[in-house]
Write a protein that binds this ligand. Sequence first.
Ligand SMILES: [Zn+2]
Length: 287
Amino acid sequence: MSIFSQSEFDSSRLSYFENKLIKKYPFIKKECIGYTALSKPINAYTIGDNGSAVICAAFHALERVTSAILTRYIFEKAEEYKNGANLSFTAIPMINPDGVDISIHGIKAAEKFLPLIISRTNGDTQSWQANARGVDLNHNFNAGFLSVRKNEIKNGYILSGPTRFGGGSPESEKETRALVNFCKKNNFSAAVALHSQGREIYYDFKNHAQESEKIAKQMSKLSGYILSSPENIATGGGFKDWFCEYFHRIGITLEIGLGKNPLDKCVADTEYDLVAKMLDVVVLQHG
Ligand SMILES: [Zn+2]
């Protein structure tokens, strides 16, 4: 068992590691990209040059094992960088800390959204995927939003709640806006979104970023993860979708691990090597 899998990876566990990270590797650039609905900071960490790949985790509350894996990855790459490796990337280990804390700690983590969350869950938050306002952040990006909304309504996701409600309008959520603005300010060459589960790789969105396929194929070859055709989730609303459509640059979603969410915290150990190999494709600089 590694230190990254010892306990459920909530926002305070992340803060613990973030403090250690900055002390141990002072060359890492830390930026707060914005705050959540419950005023928790969303932090980004850059090693090497700005404008390489951006890697983001825990859009969905039940998928916090992705935060543990990405945090471990930052530590390992920082050590390699210190020893002279040529690499650069920006990592945002937890896009949805409010949701993660609610899914782990229950309604006591809901703070001012307690009445809303009780009304939507009867107090049982074990299947909470959304942010504290009951919006699914990976349906809230401005890419094909209307068709996402239609699909949600067809499937009964009409109100804010634990999952699959994309909000009243695209970018209605502070977390979404923070990430969108941060990407617009930086010149990222690629975006990788970490989700769980399925051992699958999704790439591109409506042929806006066709280079994505080449990267996805390399990742698949290294890991055995299955390539999923982009058409399967062409309904949109996700971060990858928006990144591909807005910048016409490489966008990849990795569905990490196998099982039922939330995956066991030991997946941060058992799946680490495969995920690291895939991330290295966009992080290691060649030539
Ligand atoms: Zn997800």
